[in-house]
Design a protein around this ligand. Structure first.
Ligand SMILES: Nc1ncnc2c1ncn2[C@@H]1O[C@H](COP(=O)(O)OP(=O)(O)OP(=O)(O)O)[C@@H](O)[C@H]1O
Length: 308
């Protein structure tokens, strides 16, 4: 069977078999968890998703091991930057903590339905967003859903949304490796994921979790585009002196990337203007184009464009 992972156990029954993840031969296999949580047999909706996304060129997952390292902020700012020259769609699959409507300045918008499906919310002519945040009765409403329901809404975002032709589709994910990650990997199995960008901060505790994300990508066969180190030093807006707020005691993301042979895409400093831009739903490349964070982001955007 061609779709048996290279690192699977010798007696792998096949990731789409009824016994996937549960058969005796699966014991101790590095892919056991991924296989046991997916439904057996190919999802009948995969051809519909592939058809919906056949005008979408590059699909990028934005991942992080820890929460609060700036994944949604980075996704939004990357989307703003790419949309200057490309058509960009963003899918917020952080189902229980959707923050992109606010960070992208469209929190009061509604999703409309037409005969072609749901219309995503347009942040600008070249930037659209789909998030469960648009469907909640109020901004304080909690989404408390188990895996199958999360899988259902992610599927709807891919199968039922009338996405325009896109150069980039970015997926903002929850921290860690959970139901949402497994769902998106399975749902994009046929249409393909171009790569994953992994966000971290310089502390060892965050870097340890990056190793888990890398392991997940390798098991799920998602190409790793590289790592972005966020909150990497603080440049004082007054004297421009750079301080290490989170000192990289073990060498930070650079040492980890060197060890694992993964590109470090760049380092974004802590910058109060970033927090401000998020609170106001703005692009900080527009609101503070000469700030160290905006300059660092621009370099990362160039690297990502060169890697796809
Ligand atoms: N480089 C930065 N400089 C200053 N503030 C930042 C920077 N990056 C992110 N922030 C701030 O850090 C906070 C957390 O960011 P964000 O919500 O993007 O993290 P997250 O990784 O998506 O969190 P979660 O995974 O829990 O959703 C936000 O208030 C954001 O404005």
């Amino acid at each position: 069977m061609s779709n048996i992972p290279a690192d699977a156990n010798e007696h792998c029954p096949g990731p789409e078999s009824a016994g996937a993840g549960k058969a005796a031969g699966c014991e101790g296999c590095p892919n056991q968890q991924i296989c046991s949580t997916q439904a057996s047999g190919p999802d009948p909706d995969l051809p519909l998703i592939t058809q919906r996304l056949d005008q979408t060129h590059h699909k990028l997952l934005i991942l992080s091991g820890k929460g609060g390292v700036g994944k949604s902020t980075f996704t939004a700012q990357l989307a703003f930057a790419l949309s200057q020259t490309h058509e960009v769609g963003v899918v917020d699959i952080d189902v229980c903590g959707p923050s992109l409507p606010k960070i992208m300045g469209v929190e009061r918008e509604d999703v409309h339905r037409s005969s072609n499906g749901w219309t995503p919310v347009f942040v600008s002519d070249s930037l659209s967003l789909m998030s469960i945040g648009f469907m909640l009765p109020d901004e304080d409403a909690a989404v408390i859903w188990r895996g199958p329901k999360k899988n259902g809404i992610i599927k709807q975002f891919l199968r039922d949304v009338d996405w325009p032709p896109l150069d980039f589709m970015l997926f903002d994910t929850p921290p860690g490796t959970s139901d949402e990650h497994l769902s998106v990997v399975q749902l994009l199995r046929d249409s393909g994921i171009s790569g994953a960008v992994i966000l971290t901060t310089p502390q060892e505790v965050a870097l340890q979790d990056v190793r888990k994300e890398i392991d997940f990508c390798r098991k799920a066969r998602v190409p790793i585009m590289g790592v972005v180190e966020n909150m990497s030093g603080f440049v004082c807006p007054g004297c421009r002196h750079e301080s290490a707020i989170f000192p990289p005691t073990t060498g930070g993301a650079q040492a980890l990337c060197d060890e694992l042979g993964i590109p470090l895409l760049g380092r974004i400093p802590l910058d109060p203007l970033v927090g401000r831009a998020c609170d106001f739903g703005e692009s900080f490349a527009d609101s503070a184009p000469t700030s160290p964070a905006a300059v660092a982001l621009a370099e990362i955007v160039k690297r990502i464009e060169s890697l796809v």
